[in-house]
Design a protein around this ligand. Structure first.
Ligand SMILES: Nc1ccn([C@@H]2O[C@H](COP(=O)(O)OP(=O)(O)O)[C@@H](O)[C@H]2O)c(=O)n1
Ligand SMILES: [Ca+2]
Length: 467
């Protein structure tokens, strides 16, 4: 008979105990992972109070302690019925009331036990920036929307106007966050945002260090990478305000930017009721005018060009209106009205040469006015020729995109299910969700990575990190 190894029993017990510990560790980790992935997501709500309308976005992310990226997702959006909050200047209470339907919807989409800790933000953009010229009216609108939002069960964090810089920079953060470019330190994508009352351009350029035009410079340190972002917001250069400027020009009542056969009686007061065009108001004018279309893209392009000032530039180079712009660099994502308009016109494919895009738009503009287009508001339909022309003119004449760089633009509505726009970047910033330094521990064990590593277990590290 073989003699029994005196160490056998203790060793077996030791190994068995170790196995148990490892097993229970694994269980613990699985429970943690379950909690992180399925149990208790956190929520944030942002209201985008734009010049033309307000939209509400609900974001969701796993409830973990550590800041992370690429994991905040938009789970729901709600379009507020009616115009933007700045349109309620003469009846501010209605601005507050208009938000109620979407806020009720948010109460259904966010589980009730999470309501109290869910931050709610309202950010207003160019419509309110313009209304701020009349500060009493703008204060009253903010008062009304704040009172309305305070009544919601969420944790209301305030309503404020974003500066043009913030609007541009947060749009850029959103696009690059959703594309996972920040955490991985990849080349970033520029952001082009076209609204109704302002438009933003934001990109990183090696030729830009901020010194030539500090007002256009925003610095970020994100995941251990430094970014010096160029950004500019052109107030009054959203498509609705540019349309007013183009209409208020001489001889524009017979309008090349509207289809042949289009004829509408419009009110002069409404046209000039904006600080963007008030200086153009003629001394005396009739109450109404007839807006007649003549559908000519090339003439429309000339008319649109006349709203840009290319005569002055005190820097090495400018876009327009004397605004500094470094040389364009990298790919660009163009969203909001850029997308709505180009998508309607079937012109989102930028592998099509710029010249062909212009020709296609010229053909569209020359088609007779046709009101039959199911599901599209007549106002939008009437304006697509103008809007498309403005977009191409802004990109090429304004920002200096060439036929080559035009192909680097992607017209986008969403990235991975979340809308491109400033709201996500705004919330990520206010909730401190993007750390300045890169996390030094991998977040999830990924393919090829040893699960058991020297300093402990990657899986365990994740779990402990999340505890
Ligand atoms: N389906 C849609 C929705 C909005 N839009 C336009 O998109 C623009 C959105 O601007 P906005 O309300 O965000 O205005 P800003 O405050 O950003 O200047 C407006 O010009 C709308 O008319 C569109 O062309 N098609
Ligand atoms: Ca907007």
């Amino acid at each position: 008979m073989k003699e029994r190894n005196p160490w056998h029993t203790p060793l077996t017990i030791f190994i068995a105990v170790l196995g148990k510990v490892r097993f229970s560790f694994l269980c613990l980790n699985e429970i943690n992972l379950f909690f992180v992935l399925f149990c208790c997501p956190q929520y944030g709500i942002v209201l985008d109070a734009g010049s033309s309308h307000t939209a509400m976005y609900i974001y969701e992310w796993p409830a973990e302690k550590d800041n992370n990226t690429g994991r905040v997702e938009q789970t729901h959006s709600c379009k507020v019925k009616g115009p933007g909050i700045s349109s309620y200047a003469s009846d501010p209470k209605k601005a507050g009331q208009s938000l109620q339907v979407c806020m009720k919807e948010a109460e259904r989409f966010v589980p009730s036990e999470r309501h109290e800790e869910t931050p709610l933000y309202l950010g207003a953009t160019a419509g309110m920036r313009l209304l701020k010229y009349n500060s009493t009216a703008s204060d009253q609108v903010f008062q009304a929307v704040s009172e309305s939002l305070q009544k919601s069960p969420f944790s209301f964090q305030g309503a404020r106007i974003l500066s043009g810089q913030e609007e541009g920079a947060f749009g850029w953060v959103t696009v690059n966050y959703l594309d996972d470019r920040l955490k991985q330190g990849l080349e970033t994508t520029g952001a082009l945002d076209l609204g109704g009352a302002s438009t933003q351009i934001s990109f990183v350029s090696d030729a830009f260090d901020g010194s030539e035009s500090p007002n256009n410079s925003v610095n970020f340190r994100l995941y251990g990478n430094d970014y010096n972002l160029y950004t500019h917001s052109f107030l009054c250069y959203g498509k609705d305000q540019v349309l007013r400027m183009a209409l208020s020009g001489p001889g524009s009542i017979s309008d090349p930017c509207f289809h042949n056969g289009y004829s509408e009686s419009k009110n002069y007061m409404t046209l000039y009721n904006s600080p963007c065009v008030s200086k153009r108001k003629p001394v005396s004018s009739p109450a109404d005018f007839t807006h007649v279309g003549k559908g000519n893209f090339y003439q429309c392009q000339e008319l649109v060009k006349s709203v840009f000032d290319f005569t002055q530039c005190k820097y090495t180079q400018c876009s327009f209106n004397g605004v500094y712009q470094p040389t364009l660099q990298g790919p660009f994502g163009a969203f909001s009205a850029y997308y709505f308009v180009m998508n309607f016109l079937n012109l989102t494919d930028t592998s099509v040469p710029l010249q062909s895009v212009k020709e296609a738009l010229a053909r569209y503009c020359s088609t007779p006015w046709e009101t039959q287009h199911p599901g599209i508001k007549l106002k939008y339909l009437a304006e697509y020729c103008f809007s498309g022309t403005y977009i191409l003119t802004l990109l090429t004449e304004g920002y200096n995109f060439t036929s080559e760089t035009f192909s680097k633009i992607r017209f986008i509505k969403q990235i991975k299910g979340s809308d491109a726009g400033w709201t996500l970047g705004y919330m990520l910033n206010l909730t401190n969700m993007i750390p300045a330094e890169a996390p030094d521990t991998p977040l999830l064990p990924h393919a090829g990575y040893p699960v058991w590593v020297e300093k402990g277990v990657t899986f365990n590290n994740l779990a402990l990190w999340l505890l």
